[in-house]
Design a protein around this ligand. Structure first.
Ligand SMILES: *Cc1c(COP(=O)(O)O)cnc(C)c1O
Length: 355
């Protein structure tokens, strides 16, 4: 039985992505070679790389003056690459969770970091709203979707300094006004591809303003100048990313993904709010449409392990919550069909009947 994959990451990919990737492992673009063994400089793969970068621009409506690059090192390397390239004296960060605080830790290696607000006091269950970004900050960094805590900023903030966002777990889930940003980055393994590649969208005129020397590989300009082919890129994850991007386009683009995501998250939150056994953990107005976190209601706490086993037996994979929140987390990324969310809801309803 094919499982319903609610894993937080690496996570579900579209069937289109899996099928085409599997076929290319056997025979890539009629070359008679596997995608796993071709040169990244061959014309077939260069075409894949270029098409993937162009499709990112098309789907997110990336304006002129920006470049798209595929990098190694995961989103975690971006935590250091961003300050390496942009931080002269001071940067402002919003602390909304584990990933945000990891980014803050790295930025501190490069200069002063003003943490403008934090929701750590409430185990990151909400997004702070009242904060002031110092005008002399080199940039403001925020995490658009907090994968672990299930909160999300589903809007592009207006700020008076450069804007940087970690969109690892909600990129392509909604239209984004890229023109407001200087750098957007995202590890691929949530909404794009298998692990191993990181997407960065960079405003070119944001670069070149820091005084320090930047190691070649950590300098965005290196990768931009070489059209994302400075060194050997992660060939297979980029191939898979292209399949996902094509699938997004076929589905009607990011606006269509958003509509579906709102529907999926809507019915699941409705069930969490209705079902007497469960309750959500994130502030209602900040609920993520990608990672839905919930726990047993206080009087049913002892049923947690039972529900986990019950859901597993019903084919629900990966719903156990992150250890820092406990309970459950259903990650319902773009590729998750509504029918799988309905299957989880049916499972919650059946469990309620039995208790
Ligand atoms: C998963 C995740 C990361 C970490 O990504 P790596 O590619 O493992 O470094 C960073 N930020 C967010 C928001 C994430 O969801």
């Amino acid at each position: 039985m094919k499982k319903h994959n609610f894993s937080a990451g690496p996570s579900i990919l579209s069937e289109y992505t899996i099928k085409n990737s599997a076929a290319a492992v056997e025979n890539f673009a009629g070359t008679g070679l596997s995608i796993l063994e071709v040169s990244h400089r061959g014309k077939e793969f260069v075409a894949v790389n270029d098409e993937a970068r162009a499709l990112v621009k098309e789907l997110l409506d990336v304006p002129a003056g920006y470049e798209v690059v595929f990098l190694g090192g995961g989103a975690s390397l971006q935590f250091c690459m961003v300050p390496y390239n942009l931080l002269n004296k001071k940067a402002a960060y919003l602390d909304t969770g584990t990933w945000a605080s990891n980014a803050i830790k790295e930025a501190k290696l490069f200069g002063e970091v003003d943490v403008v607000a934090s929701s750590k006091d409430a185990n990151y269950s909400y997004i702070p709203k009242d904060y002031v970004i110092p005008e002399d900050a080199d940039y403001f960094h925020f995490t658009s979707n907090n994968t672990i805590f299930g909160t999300e900023m589903r809007y592009d903030p207006d700020v008076n300094v450069r804007l940087v966002s970690d969109m690892s777990s909600d990129i392509f889930s909604r239209p984004v006004d890229v023109s407001k940003y200087d750098i957007i980055y995202a590890g691929a393994q949530k909404n794009l591809a298998p692990a191993g590649v990181t997407l960065a969208i960079v405003r070119e005129d944001a670069l070149g303003h820091v005084e320090r020397a930047i190691p070649t590989m950590l300098n965005y300009s290196t990768h931009i100048k070489k059209e994302s082919m400075f060194n050997t890129p992660p060939v297979f994850p980029i191939f898979a990313a292209l399949q996902t991007l094509k699938w997004y386009k076929e589905q009607g683009g990011v606006a269509a993904m958003e509509k579906l995501n709102l529907e999926k998250a809507g019915i699941l939150y409705d069930e969490i709010d209705r079902n007497r056994l469960f309750k959500g953990t994130a502030a209602v107005e900040d609920r993520s449409i990608m990672n839905v976190c919930f726990v047993m209601n206080d009087e049913y706490k002892e049923l947690e392990a039972d529900f986990n086993a019950f859901a597993l037996a019903a084919g629900m994979s990966g719903i156990k919550g992150h250890r820092s929140v406990g309970g459950f987390r259903a990650s319902i990324y773009n590729a998750m069909p509504k029918s799988s969310v309905e299957a989880l809801i049916a499972c919650m309803q059946e469990f309620e009947k039995q208790h």
